[in-house]
Design a protein. Structure first.
Length: 331
């Protein structure tokens, strides 16, 4: 026969006190005599009692739980952001529940509904894509939401990002000033941050005296393998440099170039987009836009704590500093 779960009533009975007294001890209330407190703690230890977090959350209208949605749990980019989120959540005594959405809108929607049904205190949404449907779902809830590394074009949702426009401009300008043809490989132009990247890319080309060529822009949900397969197209177009916004794809392009005997950086220069560990593990190491990934997560979580605790928020659209890290894939 399976024993029933220990309840607060059992602790009160063994300690010889009221359930209210047990509750005060569990919640750290100082208004309990030390002798009584010790009796309750002894009973808790004897019965291996664990307070029901869900019940406590219902009573206080807080669950001290934050839901975090990320497109892929295996990506070093999102893992670094998640670490920043988790560290700050721990500082403020919040538990983090991670959910992998596989970059699928339907799954994202189900994850959000699941989090809301579990009455999480807040949600951090990570990803390079924010569809109209998901945005509407997030805007429509009273639960505080912060976007980490994603932009809400209407600025209704709080967010933490870098200046994607400026980063793209700087990376493109670094390559274009040598007179080389510069390709840009990025995600969907339905995403606000990629639109900003395109504006920066075009501005840098104009300043370098180069005409914008739409055929040199590669838009899509690229992977490492897609990066390798892009190489022949780049060569056929006479391209000799590229900015690649996703590091996995940048490594794919790098390896594809070397497989075809193209020397990097002597014959082809390459700049990656986020400075994840992949950019240092590759050979040669990749020059990269340095996004402060840990800080993106940490600042997002701190902003969320302010929203959850209804503290004053001076600015809900935060932009963190970035830089270009020069390595061996550029001259």
């Amino acid at each position: 026969m399976v024993e029933s779960t220990t309840t607060i009533y059992d602790v009160a009975r063994v300690a010889g006190v009221s359930m209210a007294t047990v509750s005060r001890v569990v919640n750290g209330n100082a208004n309990v005599k030390e002798k009584t407190r010790q009796k309750v703690l002894d009973a808790i230890a004897e019965l291996d009692y664990r307070p029901n977090a869900i019940a406590r959350g219902l009573a206080s209208k807080r669950t001290t739980t934050v839901g975090v949605i990320l497109p892929t749990i295996t990506s070093p980019y999102f893992a670094a952001i998640a670490r920043g989120i988790d560290d700050v959540a721990s500082m403020y005594n919040y538990n983090v529940v991670l959910a992998n959405s596989d970059n699928d809108e339907e799954k994202e929607g189900k994850v959000i509904e699941s989090f809301l049904s579990k009455q999480v205190d807040g949600i951090v949404f990570m990803g390079s894509s924010l569809s109209d449907g998901i945005r509407k779902q997030l805007v429509g809830t009273r639960t505080p939401v912060v976007l980490a590394g994603a932009i809400d074009g209407d600025k209704e949702l709080a967010s933490v990002n870098i200046d994607y426009h400026l980063a793209a401009y700087q990376a493109t300008a670094k390559l274009a000033k040598t007179g080389k043809k510069v390709a840009y490989v990025l995600g969907s132009l339905n995403d606000a941050e990629n639109v900003e990247r395109m504006v920066g890319y075009q501005e840098a080309l104009t300043e370098a005296g180069q005409a914008f060529d739409e055929s040199l822009v590669f838009e899509g949900n690229y992977t490492y393998e897609n990066g390798r397969s892009l190489v022949q197209r780049l060569i056929d177009l006479g391209v000799s440099s590229a900015v690649v916004s996703v590091d996995d794809v940048a490594v794919g392009v790098l390896n594809g170039l070397q497989e075809k005997g193209v020397k990097v950086p002597e014959q082809f220069e390459l700049i990656a987009g986020s400075n994840s560990p992949l950019t240092q593990y590759s050979y040669p190491s990749l020059t990269s836009v340095n996004q402060p990934l840990y800080d993106l997560g940490a600042v997002s979580m701190r902003l969320l704590t302010k929203l959850m605790l209804k503290e004053e928020v001076a600015e809900s659209q935060l932009i963190l500093a970035h830089e270009i890290i020069n390595r061996h894939s550029t001259k």
